[in-house]
Ligand binder design. Structure first.
Ligand SMILES: *Cc1c(COP(=O)(O)O)cnc(C)c1O
Length: 330
């Protein structure tokens, strides 16, 4: 029996031939260091996003970019506010910079509690707030209006990271567009990645879009030659093949809707997901569901005592998820 990995929100589609060829061409020059300035990638992104290249900072995944941002801006003891539960990498990134994680509980429906987060952001020594939209692992997305209201309440010297790792999967009317916030809010830092929608998780490339001073500070903390030449070439090729890649994203969204409908029909009360995963609030039965899933040949991500995150994958894998979940409806 085939085992399907639904535990890391990866893209189930194999690489497009044109992207694989670009990677092979770059790999043929592996005796050379990559372009330290990521020139072609920055040029392609700047054109695509309508920003200046000075506003960009690439890294080995957007998680690495967050590490560099915290390293650049946080002194020991500074506060970094996130929602919780949110992305597991946040407390690790905050901890290695000796900053203090301030975790604001999600609302009962898996959303950011922006009132409580704004109150936490106003406390002295707060340097950074991270908004995760859609939130990993629960799935709800923020609207543009919600984030604008939030920014109006947060001190201007606090950096507000808008982590848009799953942005391409969002089908919410009025969803936040981080890049559109930059013109009026120089304290916003948008983080995006090629790992999920663009299918390049294994090559490690993500980026921030920010005020030129902030982007320069992030770039200054990045490891020299961090983003490899194959990764840079793949990202540029992915932007060239964006239309085709977004058709695949659309197929994943269609699958997501099918899975959400089936689970809801079983009686699950799911948070409104706009990402390539669903959240099952399994509480004390978390480990049991994950074990049953393993027996059915699907690997899920458990959060002990809280719930299970299941990526949307191949159709067969999603069918198995629905079948297993039927036995665990709360
Ligand atoms: C996957 C993910 C990222 C990006 O990860 P990289 O592979 O490092 O680019 C960033 N934020 C969240 C919330 C994610 O789930």
């Amino acid at each position: 029996m085939t085992t399907y990995k639904l535990s890391s929100n990866e893209n189930p589609f194999p690489p497009l031939p044109g992207i694989e060829e670009a990677v092979a061409r770059a790999a043929a020059r592996m005796n050379r260091y990559p372009d330290a300035g990521s020139t072609a990638l920055y040029a392609a992104l700047a054109a695509r996003l309508g920003v200046a290249t000075e506003q960009l900072a690439a890294g080995t995944g957007s998680v690495a970019v967050l590490y560099h941002l915290l390293q650049a801006f946080c002194d020991p003891g500074d506060r970094v506010v996130t929602a919780w539960r949110s992305f597991e990498a946040y407390p690790i990134a905050i901890g290695i910079n000796a900053a203090e994680p301030v975790q604001v509980p999600l609302t009962a429906d898996g959303r950011h509690d922006l009132d409580a987060m704004a109150a936490a952001a106003a406390e002295p020594r707060t340097k950074v707030v991270v908004l995760c939209t859609p939130n990993n692992p629960t799935g709800p997305a923020l609207t543009h209006g919600e984030v604008e209201d939030f920014l109006a309440r947060v001190p201007g010297e606090v950096l507000v990271v808008v982590d848009e790792a799953y942005r391409e999967f969002v089908r919410l009317e009025g969803a936040v567009d981080g890049v559109a916030l930059l013109a009026e809010h120089p304290n916003v830092v948008v983080m995006r990645t090629f790992a999920k929608a663009y299918g390049l998780a294994g090559l490690r490339v993500g980026y921030a879009v920010a005020h030129p001073d902030v982007a320069a500070a992030i770039r200054a903390c990045a490891l020299p030659f961090g983003v490899s030449a194959p990764a840079q070439a793949a990202a540029v090729a992915a932007l060239e093949h964006e239309a085709e890649l977004m058709e695949r994203v659309e197929a994943i969204v269609t699958e997501r809707e099918r899975v959400v409908e089936a689970l809801t029909a079983q009686g699950w009360d799911l948070p409104e997901t706009h990402a390539n995963f669903v959240w099952l609030a399994t509480g004390e039965r978390t480990a049991d569901l994950v074990t049953a899933a393993e027996e059915a040949g699907i690997v899920l991500r458990p959060f002990a005592g809280e719930g299970v995150r299941a990526s949307i994958g191949e159709r067969e894998a999603n069918d198995r998820l629905v079948e297993v979940a039927a036995k665990f409806v709360p």
